[in-house]
Design a binder for this molecule. Structure first.
Ligand SMILES: Cc1cc2nc3c(=O)[nH]c(=O)nc-3n(C[C@H](O)[C@H](O)[C@H](O)COP(=O)(O)O)c2cc1C
Length: 389
């Protein structure tokens, strides 16, 4: 029913998602705040960087494997945590985790996932659980303990989603993601669903479920709606004191996601993080904040010797991955591309898009005359003067 053509690029996955999803749901995947300046900046940052072509060094296959947080990954591309993705396809986070496992890489799973974390860790070995401090420290202690028992390998604390600076730009759709799935909502969305009957049928067959089984209760009440979830996030955005507290609760690898400032990166090191992701939430939080690829070089210079520096935001091709690695990232996380691929073809779509990245990295390395991802550096790039934050 959700058959999709073989995905050969992120642009194609995006077109397929647009074709298959109701308008509001599609525009939710495009997510950006206010004027979408940061969404665009993330992409433009990559476009500004050129590459230095060199004659191939050998016929040997390129080395894509790397070690992140102590585990070998087959390539430096990880799926980033994202909430509510079951709305894109019933395979949801479970399909993403299976696809990441098949690709030999790690997956970030958001606290707002629709599948129980135990079901996900049963399907994949390298699961990084992402925490929003829903329910404050009390709720977070419950969520962290559950992630530990489920066997999650790493904990990601997202620090850049403390408030909205302005409205989300979902206006091109209509009401955004539904707050709950009930009759009133169904009627409101009926005109869009009528235009996407296959999506609607799949959603109905999956039991209309858009729940948050991993979110802790807030004041004794289960988190049931997207509105409650958003309020729970905004009620307790993590401060540095909270990060120190989380560090004491979790003895595995800790990733602080949402850093674009050198002093914040240093503070993350001081609080005991094992990695940071240079991230602006995909331009989905503070509009006007810097492109992540521009923020990366100074941050990698400052803390790259002490912790692992990851990056997310706007990575759409294998050559983008190569650029981020050449500027000091150990690996990248990708968001919208796999959500579009999920919408296009469920778990199989995500597998395909991860292979698109793999082939793109290998091809770029060959054209750079670079044997492996570990050999990349600024010498492989043509950077415009003054490139940085
Ligand atoms: C639809 C959507 C939902 C997201 N939900 C979450 C979330 O629940 N937790 C989180 O830490 N980040 C979330 N993010 C941010 C991503 O983890 C990541 O920072 C961003 O998507 C990377 O940019 P890219 O989409 O350009 O690859 C979300 C992003 C999108 C587009």
């Amino acid at each position: 029913m959700f058959r999709s053509p073989q995905l050969t690029s992120v642009a194609q996955a995006r077109r397929e998602a647009k074709r298959k999803l109701p308008r509001s749901v599609y525009w939710w995947t495009e997510a950006g705040t206010e004027r979408r300046q940061t969404v665009r900046a993330n992409r433009e940052g990559f476009r500004e960087i050129g590459l230095r072509a060199r004659v191939p060094d050998s016929h040997e296959p390129r080395g894509l494997a790397t070690t992140v947080l102590g585990r070998e990954l087959s390539m430096p591309v990880i799926t980033t945590p994202a909430g509510f993705i079951r709305i894109a396809h019933p395979d949801g986070e479970l399909g993403v985790a299976r696809a990441a496992e098949a690709a030999g890489t790690a997956c970030g799973i958001g606290i707002l996932a629709s599948y129980a974390i135990e079901e996900i860790t049963a399907a994949a070995s390298e699961v990084w659980f992402q925490l929003y401090m829903i329910g404050g420290r009390e709720g977070s202690a419950i969520a962290i303990e559950r992630a530990r028992r489920a066997g999650c390998r790493a904990l990601i604390v997202t620090v850049d989603f403390a408030a909205l600076s302005g409205p989300m730009d979902v206006q091109r759709g209509q009401p955004g993601v539904p707050d709950r799935v009930d009759l009133a909502t169904a009627l409101r969305y009926a005109p869009e669903m009528a235009l996407r009957p296959l999506w609607a049928l799949n959603f109905l067959r999956a039991g209309l479920e858009l729940t948050f089984p991993n979110a802790p209760p807030v004041e004794g009440e289960a988190v049931l709606t997207t509105g409650q979830a958003a309020a729970g996030i905004m009620a307790h955005p993590p401060t540095w004191d909270d990060i120190a507290w989380v560090r004491r609760q979790w003895d595995g690898p800790l990733v602080v996601k949402g850093i674009t400032d050198v002093d914040d990166a240093r503070r993350a090191v001081a609080e005991g993080a094992d990695a940071i992701s240079v991230s602006n939430h995909g331009g989905n939080s503070l509009d006007g904040s810097v492109a992540t690829i521009r923020a990366l070089p100074a941050i990698a210079d400052a803390v790259g010797g002490e912790i692992e520096v990851l990056l997310d935001g706007g990575v759409r091709r294998g050559s983008d991955v190569v650029k981020a690695l050449a500027l000091g990232a150990r690996a990248v996380l990708v968001g919208r591309p796999y959500i579009w691929a999920l919408a296009a073809g469920g778990e199989e779509g995500v597998r395909q898009i991860l292979e698109v990245y793999r082939q793109g990295i290998a091809g770029t390395l060959t054209l750079l005359g670079c044997p492996s991802v570990g050999d990349l550096g600024p010498a492989n790039l043509r950077l415009p003067p003054g490139f940085g934050a």
